[in-house]
Design a protein around this ligand. Structure first.
Ligand code: NAD
Length: 658
């Protein structure tokens, strides 16, 4: 099945994007096999090709199964001879899409008088001047003060639109109302009414009324306005004989809100849903019909929650986020049906319960990265959408948090309450639609963090969040995790065995040994003032010198072993008597090795210089003292001199050794 997508003008591209996301969700869930191609019409086409509608596009459209057409800024088009062709009219006439089908119903969750009707409008004739003539326009001025308009009605058009209306009524409430003005347009509207009555004879089960247009206008007061919002009504233009169909929103191009990402895409989404249903019924494809109604239900399910509404309905959710929510809802229902056997019992039970309510509301606090079962079954986006839906509350995200988090995730800035979805999108363009098991480790971590953030926690516990990432990614990840936490202004407790991660990510470190806090302080404090051998040895790259205390004077001690001695300092008020066993920690970066002798330099033997790329590592020894140091250049093996400041030789009693 192939669709031709024509985003057109104004808010067209924005609402088309959101709509196509929903269509793709349905496509995947119901296995519709729909592929889409795009073409320019409207202003983008005028700019490129000098006309708002090219013949090639119409010809191409004929070869497609369905057309998705965005709204046009017709009123701003130049004259016909300057390329301004009515796109919508062009499609309707040249593809003979005579039936414009416009459902209008109130939603129980939105204010409005109860109403559920479908307006079936003839779209190729009547007073439309740009489409009711074979040649020329049905509107003209014989003199400068006389303007005329020709109205055209043919038997064929009257009969087929009436037939479509009765056929539709048979599937609904079996009521048709012919709206007319036959009291004044005795010949034309009278002709139309005659045809309606004639067709009615083929549908005796359907009740037929006729109402004069003035009365009907008063009854309906713009049907789609009543149904909550202009943005909430779908429409298709179809020809039941040729099978050609075009989904088109009921509203216009809304230039006043163009490019602001605030339009409500529901109308086009619902139009596409109608098109799927129509195609499914025409061609006997139940999956298409099911997909159409799934989308319609998804729109309702999303809109029911005031937190999910777009601005025209009093909410704050933007166009893209709304599309993502509906898409997730469409995909979500599928998961209920597709959950494989063998998942944990509570999980299966939750799914069953959700299924019976017609949607999935699976709650899990399980980290997606650690729950293999979830990983296999869920798309990342759905996983997060579920968390979000479970909140059931408005504004789980406020704008500041959303923006900060989204930008940390590298997302387009969004500020809707559906921000978690957007963050996932950020996790990597494709990741949102990938199954959990298809995500890389880094993506899984981001998804997991998004899911936790959905709850807007004041404290976030990160238990070795980066342990399964490769080294490079870990470096990046620890940076964005820190930035995210700072930007969100929340407190996070990060548990890690990776000392560099701890130093890089934390403001404050609690160092634990055997379940007890042995030191706490800033990373700098912990690194440069360790209070125990354990603390000193745990962080950094170290040399350990084990020996005997030779001399002691308060904190200043000299330790020594076979053929060497080193002045150092006893840490943390410990007392070391001469002749006791001691061990010293010396950070690798605190040892300076040179081939030049000097005062306070210990003569040693260099066994080897190892090339590490950005520096050299020296392996030096003296007696039973073996140490590592770094330097910028290669030194030949042999005699070298090591300079080590006494206050960097941290001496501890030997029994403290871990
Ligand atoms: P409109 O439907 O574009 O806008 C009317 C009002 O409704 C505006 O305030 C707009 O911001 C709002 N609105 C419309 N769609 C919305 C949505 N999806 N979400 C939120 N708010 C929405 O009608 P208009 O202003 O009379 O016409 C603007 C242009 O659209 C004109 O050039 C007109 O010719 C064209 N138009 C095109 C179609 C079509 O392509 N089928 C139909 C009607 C009007």
């Amino acid at each position: 099945m192939r669709f031709l997508v024509l985003p057109c003008d104004g808010i067209g591209p924005e609402i088309t994007r959101a709509t196509m996301e929903v269509l793709e969700a349905a496509n995947q869930r119901f296995g519709l096999g729909i592929t889409s191609d795009y073409e320019d019409v409207g202003f983008p086409s005028l700019e490129k090709y000098g006309t708002t509608l090219r013949d090639e596009v119409i010809d191409k459209a004929r070869t497609y199964d369905g057309i998705v057409l965005g709204p046009q800024s017709h009123m701003d088009y130049p004259a016909r001879d300057k390329g301004g062709v009515n796109v919508s009219g062009g499609f309707r006439v040249r593809l003979d899409l005579y039936a414009n089908v416009r459902p209008a119903r109130t939603r129980p969750y939105l204010p409005g008088k109860k109403m559920d009707l479908v307006i079936m409008r003839e779209a190729t004739e009547g007073f439309y001047p740009d489409r009711n003539m074979y040649k020329g326009l049905g509107e003209f001025m014989p003199t400068e003060d006389v303007a005329l308009s020709v109205r055209k009605l043919t038997s064929k058009a009257c009969e087929r639109i009436a037939r479509e209306a009765f056929k539709l009524a048979m599937r609904r409430g079996k009521k048709v109302t012919a709206v007319h003005k036959a009291n004044n347009f005795i010949i034309t509207d009278g002709f139309f009414l005659d045809w309606v009555r004639k067709v009615h004879q083929d549908f005796p089960e359907v009740e037929l009324n006729d109402v004069i247009i003035d009365a009907m206008a008063a009854h309906l007061d713009l049907a789609s306005e009543l149904s909550g919002s202009l943005g909430l009504a779908g429409s298709i233009n179809a020809n039941a004989e040729t099978g050609l169909v075009c989904a088109q929103a009921q509203h216009g191009s809304a230039p006043d809100i163009e490019n602001q990402n605030i339009a409500n895409p529901s109308s086009l989404i619902l139009s596409v849903a109608m098109m799927l249903t129509w195609l499914g019924e025409q061609r006997g494809l139940p999956a298409m019909v099911e997909a159409g109604s799934a989308i319609e239900h998804a729109v309702d399910a999303v809109l029911e929650n005031p937190a999910n509404r777009t601005r025209d309905l009093g909410g704050q959710v933007n166009t893209g986020a709304f599309g993502a929510l509906v898409a997730a809802e469409v995909a979500g229902t599928a998961l209920a049906q597709d959950v494989p056997a063998g998942y944990p019992a509570d999980y299966a039970a939750t799914v069953e319960a959700a299924k019976s309510q017609g949607k999935v509301v699976i709650y899990t606090s399980t980290d997606i990265a650690q729950a293999q079962a979830l990983l296999d079954a869920f798309t990342a986006k759905y996983g997060i959408a579920v968390e979000y839906n479970d909140l059931g509350t408005n504004g789980a995200y406020n704008r500041a948090i959303s923006e900060a988090a989204a930008s940390q995730m590298g997302a387009d800035i969004v500020w809707s309450s559906a921000m978690d979805l957007q963050m996932t999108l950020a996790a990597d363009g494709y990741a949102c639609n990938a199954l959990g098991c298809q995500l890389s480790g880094g993506q899984q971590q981001r998804v997991a963090i998004c899911r936790a953030l959905v709850y807007q926690p004041r404290v976030l516990l990160l238990d070795e969040p980066l342990s399964n990432l490769d080294a490079k990614l870990r470096e990046e990840a620890r940076y964005w995790i820190r930035k995210l936490i700072l930007d969100l202004e929340i407190c996070a407790i990060l548990v890690t065995h990776d000392q560099t991660e701890a130093l890089a990510a934390a403001d404050h470190i609690l160092l634990l040994q055997n379940g007890r806090i042995v030191q706490d302080g800033t990373p700098h404090d912990i690194y440069s003032n360790p209070r125990s051998f354990y603390a000193a040895d745990f962080l950094g790259a170290n040399n350990i010198a084990r020996g005997r205390v030779l001399r002691a004077e308060g904190a200043n001690v000299t330790i020594g072993g076979e053929g060497w001695e080193l002045p150092g300092q006893v840490r943390d008020g410990a007392r070391l008597a001469p002749d006791t066993q001691a061990q010293a920690v010396i950070r690798v970066e605190q040892i300076h090795v040179t081939d030049q002798p000097g005062p306070d330099r210990l003569e040693m033997v260099l066994d080897d210089s190892l090339y590490l790329g950005d520096r050299w590592e020296y392996r030096v020894r003296r007696g039973d003292l073996q140490i590592k140091a770094h330097g910028a250049r290669e030194l030949p093996p042999g005699r070298v001199y090591a300079q080590i400041a006494a206050d960097k030789v941290w001496v501890f009693p030997a029994e403290n050794a871990a």
